[in-house]
Ligand binder design. Structure first.
Ligand code: AMP
Length: 118
């Protein structure tokens, strides 16, 4: 799948659509999910043209990967879920119901999350 720069997260990164920003650096932008599925639900989106986790891990440089995953950890610390615990999810493709074709990780927390899948 080729990258579509008109996807909603690309527009948020370019500032064309607003978001509730939590953290930003040269590698990533983190913001609250518009339809939260836990008391805390934040998305961490890399600033690069990556369709999914699979695409990201094949194309991103080592430096970018380290920067991105460090941004995920910094975001988790900022939103206060490190002590209580949190879950990271990234959906790739149809079977995982990925709905936005720009790689992102969900950080979920703020309550006991139960089993991995419903
Ligand atoms: P996924 O299904 O893994 O691709 O997740 C996409 C996520 O993006 C969903 O949880 C949506 O609620 C969220 N989302 C879609 N549009 C927006 C937006 N404009 N601002 C924040 N979150 C969004």
């Amino acid at each position: 799948m080729s990258y579509d720069n008109q996807n909603i997260f690309a527009k948020i990164i370019r500032g064309e659509i607003p978001c509730k920003r939590v953290y930003e650096d040269e590698f990533a932008l983190a913001f609250h999910d518009i339809q939260p599925e836990a008391p805390t639900h934040v998305l961490v989106v890399p600033k690069g043209d990556f369709v999914s986790f699979d695409d990201f891990t094949q194309k991103a440089s080592s430096e970018f990967m380290v920067g991105y995953f460090s941004a995920v950890q910094k975001t988790a610390a900022l939103i206060g879920v490190v002590e209580g615990g949190y879950r990271i999810i990234s959906n790739h493709g149809a079977d995982a119901s990925q709905s936005v074709p720009h790689f992102h990780m969900h950080i979920l927390g703020g309550k006991p999350l139960g089993k991995l899948l419903p």
